[in-house]
Design a protein around this ligand. Structure first.
Ligand code: ADP
Length: 183
């Protein structure tokens, strides 16, 4: 029997490049040719073969994702997702960010990945407010997991304690709401 969705989501603080999972997700840009932040860290850890494969992909549109091998990473695959640059929250950013999570999870299933780790896509240089992004990340993931038992575990990897705290609060809000307080 499939475990409940809440038990298949894990929050950790750390460096996503070190995780031994079937797929890690990269917060890439449309060129897929590397960048700063988590993208730079993933390319450094995976080695030049990753960039060589990325060059064959022809870029990726915002809100979507493409998959490669993981090369020197402990992870078997990298799913390169392109999040939106945050403007005002009313310029299509929520739907584009949701698209990253949906596409990445679909690619994971199509490629037989049962464990997948996400960074906080768009929450660095792209400026997406962490709490709003976490609601989308966790909301899309819980919807997906409820429909797909092919995925055993989704790990959200936060780089700092503040990010982890924000995700913890959103998990409580969306996945395991506290019982109603009596007046
Ligand atoms: P974007 O351009 O999509 O905003 P960034 O790489 O600038 O992407 O940041 C996305 C998030 O990834 C940020 O919250 C940042 O702190 C975090 N981050 C940076 N390096 C790592 C890493 N090695 N592992 C996990 N998260 C990371």
């Amino acid at each position: 029997m499939t475990r409940p969705v809440a038990e298949r989501i894990e929050l950790i603080r750390g460096d996503i490049t070190r995780l031994d999972v079937d797929a890690i997700v990269n917060a890439a840009n449309t060129s897929l040719l590397g960048g700063g932040g988590v993208d730079g860290a993933i390319h450094r850890a995976a080695g030049p073969e990753l960039l060589a494969e990325c060059r064959t992909l022809g870029g990726c549109s915002t809100g979507s994702a493409k998959i490669t091998r993981g090369y020197r990473l402990p992870a078997r695959h990298v799913i390169h997702a392109v999040g939106p640059v945050y403007r005002d929250g009313r310029s299509g950013e929520p739907e584009l960010l949701a698209g990253c999570y949906r596409t990445a999870l679909r690619l994971a299933v199509e490629n037989g990945c049962r464990t997948i780790a996400f960074p906080a896509i768009s929450c660095g240089v792209f400026g997406y407010p962490m709490a709003a992004a976490a609601r989308i990340a966790i909301g899309e993931t819980t919807d997906f997991l409820a429909r797909h038992d092919e995925i055993d575990k989704v790990i959200f990897v936060l780089f700092d304690e503040r990010g982890l705290d924000t995700y913890r609060k959103v998990m409580t809000e969306l996945v395991s709401p506290p019982s109603e307080q009596k007046p």
